[in-house]
Design a binder for this molecule. Sequence first.
Ligand SMILES: C[S@@+](CC[C@H](N)C(=O)[O-])C[C@H]1O[C@@H](n2cnc3c(N)ncnc32)[C@H](O)[C@@H]1O
Length: 473
Amino acid sequence: MLTANREKGMITREQIEQAKRQRDITFFRKVLDARQSDGILLQVLDRLGKLPPDFDPAPLLALLDHPNPEVRLGAVKGLSRLENPVLLPIFAQHVREESNTRVRRELVSAIGRLRLPEAIPLLGSLLSDPDPKVVLQVIRALLCFRDHPEVQSLLAPLAEHPNELIRTVIQHEFSRAEHEKSDSLPHPMSPDWLKNLFVCADVLEMLAYVPSESVHLTFTSPPYYNARDYTLYRSYEEYLEFLVQVFREVHRITKEGRFFVLNTSPVLIPRMSRQHSSRRYAIPFDIHPRLIEIGFEFIDDIIWVKPPGSAKNRNGGFFQHRKPLGYKANSVVEYVMVYRKATDKLIDWNMRQYDPSVIEASRVTSDYEPTNVWEIAPASDPVHPAVFPLELATRVIQLYSYKGDLVFDPFAGCGTVGQAALLTERYFLLTEKESTYFKYARELLSTGNLLTDFPPRFLHLTQFVQLAKEHKE
Ligand SMILES: C[S@@+](CC[C@H](N)C(=O)[O-])C[C@H]1O[C@@H](n2cnc3c(N)ncnc32)[C@H](O)[C@@H]1O
């Protein structure tokens, strides 16, 4: 029967299963003979399925030197399923000699499956493999022994690996270890002492006292470089570096897999004189790679569109002369860039952390904008020159947090994010360095029907530091 089918070029699954049951090694020697056609070999290898632990590996071992890498791959997969520790030296020899990257990856996986501590030095030597996928496979294998100090020191340098996926896995692994060491709160919870708190301070000074992984969402609009008069930086680089420092801290205090929503737009620094040209700075695009570098994952680019009349007219000259190159678009959009603290956990994991009643209460049942173009009229304010429309802040909070979450705005201005948080039954944590805006925000946030279990508190930095110290003890 075997011969008849082989003549037709077919080895059926039933034949293979029967041979496995009967421990018919002669059958496997024949069908896995290296002189068989590649087609037959691949068919048999593909149909091998789970092998009994006492399966004689000899026919598969003979295929490890086959010229066709697909056949070698199938042979390694088959051998890997045996999970036989005696195969370690053979895998070790082949992984060093194997030129095909997929086969190498499979060999590493086979070594990992053995879960043998004596494989650690070999795995460590494979961390310099040129294929990032092989390195990721090695990392996975090494993580079975994550508590071995040797493994920790092998993995730590990979935090600087040129490949971003490897860096992310390592950073996550080390921050997970830190996380497990600290007695941090369950995911839906945040420290009570931070709830509905507005601190008048330089954000970096304040952030130094905020515990890691304590906020669920950050929504903010940072100062617009030197385009408004409230803040001055010596250079654009210095400005970006300042934002990087703040956002690195935002990353630290953000809970695993939670969102950071950043509203920015390009800004125009007017020309010095008629002999000079004005200069536009593409803040959202310049800050983007820095955020990825910090450890945020890019999720969405939402365009906030304002009505045409709300933009400063930049094409008066062009309207007259109509000469190409002289066109300047009136900017009616801002960017609402959505990032997530990078993690290997899915968003579903974040959702599952909540009680079903919280999920139910937080559902977005109203109409929502299904596209990434959000048409919202800008807001104006008698005191602050650049406030969020309450609608924008409310929408972001409803879409990217659950009721009872802690929402942070490091550049709070007059506290629009705080107002939106109260309206949507979240808690706020805000910082603003200008006391004029802080005092104004205090008025805005203290009035109205405050149905919250944590009445808003307004503190200066020294008071906040005192509070933070009390809660550390
Ligand atoms: C674009 S405004 C934000 C307005 C806010 N979204 C609102 O709705 O009122 C940026 C704010 O950041 C504040 N700011 C600038 N540098 C700061 C710093 N180092 N620490 C804290 N706040 C700062 C400015 O005073 C300004 O009020």
